[in-house]
Write a protein that binds this ligand. Structure first.
Ligand code: MN
Length: 201
């Protein structure tokens, strides 16, 4: 499916005369390694948005508590619409009353290695593994490093839910996730409050 079709849902929710989010029209050179981004979104409810580049879109999940670095934490991840690749760089204020109205910072970004494999250990196509509901990958971010798995646990179309889990031995130290209100943008070092204040100028 072309990105044009994949992004129909994304565009249908937004008025690009009002929001500064990317419309996804700009061509973008794909690097060798697929990208990931984690944004913090202070919307009606605070959440993290976790996005993995698959071909020419960012597959997206909304994670209320954010990704954890502790393998003991299973984090609920609710799928949202595919986003354009240049959304990776979006940081700013979505106007109140618009879809997703609120402040967004880029908390972490980088590349990832697809690791999905079948029961016999043979590599499988990453997009296909997501369609089947279980994908593994290694993140190479500024803050997040290491292997994670995304697993679908409820199958009905309207109530699809996934779990994002860090793989590896459980840890004794408390890593978890940072407080979203104190967390800083990996791009600009700013907090949500600082981005919100700049957006109101
Ligand atoms: Mn969001």
């Amino acid at each position: 499916m072309a990105a044009e079709d994949r992004l129909r849902k994304y565009r249908g929710k937004r008025d690009f005369e009002r929001t500064r989010e990317p419309s996804g029209q700009a061509a973008r050179d794909a690097g060798d390694e697929p990208r990931f981004v984690v944004q913090i979104h202070d919307a009606r409810r605070m959440h993290f948005d976790f996005r993995l580049q698959v071909d020419d879109v960012l597959k997206s999940w909304s994670i209320p508590k954010g990704p954890s670095t502790d393998p003991g934490d299973k984090r609920l991840a609710v799928p949202t619409e595919d986003h354009p690749l240049d959304y990776e760089n979006f940081e700013g204020v979505i106007p109140r009353g618009e879809y997703g109205g609120g402040t967004v910072i880029v908390w972490d970004h980088g590349t990832y290695e697809p690791l999905s494999h079948d029961r016999r250990g043979h590599p499988v196509d990453f997009a296909e593994s997501l369609e089947r509901g279980h994908a593994t990958f290694r993140l190479h971010g500024t803050k997040l490093h290491g292997e994670y798995a995304l697993t679908r646990f409820r199958g009905s179309d309207d109530e699809d839910a996934w779990l994002l889990v860090r793989k590896g031995p459980a840890r004794s130290e408390k890593h978890g996730t940072p407080d979203p209100r104190r967390a800083r943008s990996v791009r600009t070092g700013r907090t949500l409050a600082q981005v919100a204040a700049a957006g109101e100028e």
